[in-house]
Design a protein around this ligand. Structure first.
Ligand code: PMT
Length: 403
């Protein structure tokens, strides 16, 4: 397996040498590309000695560079890993600027891309950087997010390069996935998936909702599509693009989600309820904006919403539908998830511990316990939602095969 390791200019550049060694220990062949500013922090000779290959810095600086051409370099690797990645290189990648060797290679690259950003906390928080990260995620780049703590610049916050072991593990995981032959083990299955939040309006401008980003449900939909399933995604309002090759049905309220699911469930073989559905909605939606009018207290009456998965679960017993739910719990995770699985007639439930900052709502990663209706369970450690989706689909495919 071959990795192209891009190193950009920040204090964490020296750690790229440890990343290179970690990959080599796992039998990976590594070629290094450095930006000019990276070469101010660590000499290219370090990487040349470690990798045994010429290190490209500027495009036209050495005569032997002429033989290293950006398109062939991009094609010769299985993964482009950029560690550390500065705010500057993220901006170039996000906007298609190709003004040095690394950004030119990125643009001509068709292989998976893994990025480990590192920068000052304010640069990380800046809306421009966050927008660039969002663009790159949408394009399909994966990230090893920076850590939180003391930074070389003296400030404290998010921005330090992730731990070397985590970067190496993420790169090896991606390489493993590229090696796996494409499975079509869900061919013939029709998955109906809910994702995102629901929104319950109080008046024309106010509403009740939650922090679901839709990422978990969208990851399941995309992975199921890639494994040959026909996928319908009923989605609450999220900022993610509609996945290609998936029928996406946008909804807003629980009532709309209920209608969208019930009118399609007859055609499904698997239902996955990943949406964070509001359990209550205002008993009446005010037609005009609610006025303060000197009131010191306002009481809003709420009524229960439709129980989507409960209704699906009850009807599933007769038609062989496989029902998979999620539980987001802040206490007694397993006990509450088990209770939901039983009460709502699910075959499987994925219990996420939302007390962890890196799991559950609105993050790229998740950690969960899969509970089965036969009482068995499996713990899934913290991993990208895309990988957790793949594990869940392995389980679904195996169960469908047995039925
Ligand atoms: O969207 P992300 O930011 O990626 O976050 C993912 C997630 C945390 C939202 C997701 O992994 C998750 O846990 N979804 C379920 C969240 C939840 O609030 O579950 P719950 O415990 O309220 O509901 C249990 C199950 O019943 C869920 O499958 C839910 O979709 C379903 N339900 C709940 C209420 C209702 N009225 N109808 C339902 O179908």
């Amino acid at each position: 397996m071959r990795v192209l390791l891009g190193v950009t200019g920040c204090i964490g550049a020296y750690k790229a040498a440890e990343v290179l060694r970690g990959l080599q220990r796992a039998g990976v062949d590594v070629r290094v590309i450095m930006t000019r500013s990276a070469a101010e922090f660590v000499r290219p000779l370090t990487f040349e000695a470690l990798s045994g290959k010429p290190v490209v810095v500027g495009m036209y600086e050495r005569p032997d560079y002429a033989e290293i051409e950006h398109i062939s370099v991009a094609r010769e690797a299985d993964l482009l890993l950029v560690a550390p990645a500065t705010a500057n290189i993220l901006a170039k990648f996000a906007h298609g600027i190709a003004d040095d060797f690394l950004s030119t290679v990125y643009l001509s690259n068709t292989n998976p891309v893994l990025i480990a950003p590192a920068m000052n906390v304010e640069m990380w928080r800046h809306p421009a950087t966050q927008a660039n990260l969002a663009t790159l995620r949408e394009i399909g780049c994966e990230f090893v997010n920076p850590g939180d703590g003391y930074q070389a610049c003296g400030e404290v916050g998010v921005g330090r390069l992730a731990e070397v072991e985590d970067i190496v593990a993420a790169a090896l995981g991606m390489l493993e996935r590229t090696r796996e032959p494409k499975r079509a083990d869900l061919e013939g299955e029709r998955l109906l998936i809910t994702a995102g939040p629901t929104v319950e309006d109080l008046d024309p401008v106010r509403f009740i909702t939650n922090r679901s980003s839709g990422r978990m449900g969208y990851a399941i939909a995309e992975a199921a599509r890639d494994r040959g399933a026909r996928v319908t995604l009923v989605s609450g309002p999220v900022k993610l693009p509609h996945p290609a090759g998936v029928e996406t049905v946008p909804v807003r309220s629980t009532a709309e989600m209920y209608e969208a699911v019930m009118s399609r469930i007859g055609d499904a073989t698997v239902f996955v309820g990943c949406a964070a559905v509001a359990d209550f909605r205002p008993a009446a939606r005010a037609p005009q904006k609610i006025k303060k009018r000197g009131a010191s207290r306002l009481t809003i009456e709420l009524e229960p919403t439709e129980d989507i998965i409960g209704t699906v679960g009850r009807s599933a017993r007769d038609n062989g539908l496989l029902v998979v739910g999620f539980a987001a719990e802040s206490e007694s995770l397993i006990a509450h998830a088990e209770e939901k699985m039983r009460a709502k007639g699910m075959d499987l439930i994925v219990a996420n511990d939302i007390t962890r900052e890196d799991a559950g709502f609105d993050v790229e990663t998740n950690a969960a316990t899969l509970l089965r209706s036969d009482g068995s369970r499996t713990d899934w450690p913290l991993q990208p939602k895309r990988e957790l989706a793949a594990r869940l689909l392995d389980e679904i495919a195996a169960m469908k095969k047995k039925r």
